[in-house]
Design a protein around this ligand. Sequence first.
Ligand SMILES: [Zn+2]
Length: 418
Amino acid sequence: MTPPSTHPLNPILKGLLPNALEWLREMVGINSFTTNKAGVNRLGSLTAECFAQLGFTPEFVPSENPSHGNHLFLSYGNPDLKPIVLVTHLDTVFPAEEEAQNNFLWRDEPTQGRIYGPGTVDIKGGTALIWLMLRSLQLSRSHLFEQHRWLIAANASEEVIGAEFAHRTAERATTGAKAILVFEGGPREGNNFHLVTARKGRALYRIQAEGRAAHAGSAHAAGANAIVTLASAVQAAAQVTDYSRDLTVNVGCIGGGSVVNRVPQEAWADLEMRAFDPHVLQEGCRRIESLAGGPATPSEARLQVDCTGTSPAWPASSSALAMLEHWRGAAAALGVGIKNVSRGGLSDANYLCHLGPTLDGLGPSGANAHCSERTDDGSKVPEYVEPDSFVPKATLNLLALESLLSTSSPDRPSQLGA
Ligand SMILES: [Zn+2]
């Protein structure tokens, strides 16, 4: 067995790592909060520059939402081939004001083995890892690099997830993808690398109660208290949670009423529901929707239930598990292990998985994504990436890719021989 540190790819990757981390430092230095359109576009330009070195051609595609920046597609190779799609995103969850307020910026802490900063693991570190992998592939296995079509797809607005980016990606992979590889962070637990092969789908709902206002002192009985009726509905919605089927309901926001001496006529609650199995999710949706109706008595409010958004599940599939075997094989050759995990959180994999076999969690290790606060007692620590994880993860990914690409059926340009 060859531990990652003695693999022949190791010196090449190690030699390129400072360069990859320098790209990462520059990327983290650009605020790219989803609605900082100029920042997202500046990061897009920098990312295009980073991959121009490798011969990639950029395409900037405007978002439908005018407050979002451009999606970025970087391509290399014969456009008639099915691409290997390497998925990342440009945006982060941190407004510039929050970064300034919490002094949250690039902070290299070698003694801790961490680099703190906005997007270091979610997901600018993933972009830097893609660069590291492809540059070393070019240098060490140029035939493999040249034989295939590569499409780096960078979503401008992953953090407010939606279907649009997947549509733009599908337009650039009209016959499907050889593989969809998503570079969200992947923890390493001892010698085991976590890889993701399924993610939950999600449905969002608003429940609104419409009651009848009344003077709380002189005409209490004439009122229909919207908050009280809503509270019962919230209890019923929460009970749809069924951990045995990985079905969760989270009532996340609630509001209603105006002053305490008035029977409230309005109240609302927002909830989200998640499940891996689309049928389980659908059944949960039916149960939430069945809360609508009423009132059964004059003192109750009428309930309205509206679905305000859905994201499809990425259910466990044989194609993802077959692809995972290439990573298992590579891990075995390196003397490490793979832990196959399913995640409750959404990523672009939810929307892209229909294009081809999909794996997620291919990025570097890190933690505390979406956190910017730091306290002296260490109870709050912001997002960070572990720079030492880049070379082992790149080695694993490259060996697995080599195995995948050498065994998968060769697809030819559709015009070949014509
Ligand atoms: Zn995120």
